[in-house]
Unconditional design. Structure first.
Length: 204
């Protein structure tokens, strides 16, 4: 019970830090503001987190974990490369749009993350990229996909989903699930598009 209470307190602090980092920026947020948001004094805050930077790094780790879970779930459920990509895009879009605050913090605040932590985070990103690229390469090898560059294709798909946190509005024409289906279709169209014809030098 005591451990569960401690976990819930940490979650509440992280949620308020995420909200404030999103709305005011990391540098514009103080530990005092976070303490006020959770309605506790700063000593309470410092019992769980040594400083503001530790909060930021934990939020980065959480964002990475959510992305990895989206891909892991797709890998466990998909029967082939097409299925895996479709499930992954739906999962990943769900993360990006339902966790918009943490996603925005992830993309905006890396200038405030220490180099040694950035290197660790970047290694997680590289592993994630390699795993998704391997799925696309598998689809190329089996004839499911027709692209000739798995790396660029994976960047195009992930980039398409990442950017949605900027423009999505809850009261928009489509809900998250509907956008997920559309984006999954777009991703598969990217992967199955016929190669562009080669244009001879000097000819339009």
């Amino acid at each position: 019970m005591r451990e569960e209470v401690g976990y819930l307190k940490r979650r509440r602090i992280l949620e308020e830090a995420r909200r404030l980092f999103f709305s005011q920026g990391y540098r514009g947020t103080t530990m005092e503001a976070i303490a006020d948001a959770v309605d506790m004094g700063k000593p309470f805050l410092y019992r769980h987190f040594r400083n503001k930077l530790e909060l930021l790094v934990e939020l980065y780790d959480e964002a990475i974990a959510l992305s990895e879970e989206a891909l892991e779930d797709a890998l466990s459920k998909g029967a082939n490369a097409r299925d895996i990509v479709r499930i992954f895009v739906r999962n990943y879009l769900n993360v990006v749009l339902h966790e918009r605050e943490i996603v925005a913090v992830f993309f905006r605040e890396n200038v405030n993350v220490p180099p040694e932590e950035l290197r660790r985070i970047d290694e997680h990103k590289r592993v994630f990229d390699r795993r998704l690229r391997a799925v696309i390469q598998r689809g190329i090898d089996t004839g499911e996909f027709s692209v000739d560059d798995a790396r660029l294709a994976s960047y195009a798909i992930v980039g398409m989903v990442n950017w949605s946190y900027q423009w999505y509005r809850e009261r928009g024409r489509l809900n998250v699930a509907e956008i997920g289906e559309v984006f999954a279709d777009y991703a598969l169209r990217i992967l199955t598009a016929p190669p562009l014809p080669t244009v001879a030098p000097g000819r339009a």
